[in-house]
Ligand binder design. Sequence first.
Ligand SMILES: [Zn+2]
Length: 126
Amino acid sequence: MLECRCPQCRIGRVFTGSAYSFHKQRTNEVCAYCGLQFEIEPGYFYAAMYVSYAMSVAEVVGGGALIYFLTRSESPTLYAIALFVIIIASSPINYRYSRLILLYYLTPRLKYDSKYQDLYEQRHQD
Ligand SMILES: [Zn+2]
């Protein structure tokens, strides 16, 4: 999951490009390797917003606690600026991993199938 691979074959990539680039992030429609359709039904990735929200809350709470322990500051401006930076900096990560968490853990229908990995290894042996 950390490498943003397809939940079914673990070979094909779920996203185009890298998380931090100037190109707009895109989720591939199907896995280039096993043909799995990532957006299983229309609006499927809306559910990822809830995952993303939970991740943001965790990051903001964690970031706020970290700033407090590092600086012992009580300045609201410092927290506002720092948390804003945290939210902006982590948004590409939230975008990717909220979708991956949804694909890997919250969709029981999607299962890892080792036959794809076996096929892949056979092909790359010679
Ligand atoms: Zn795949």
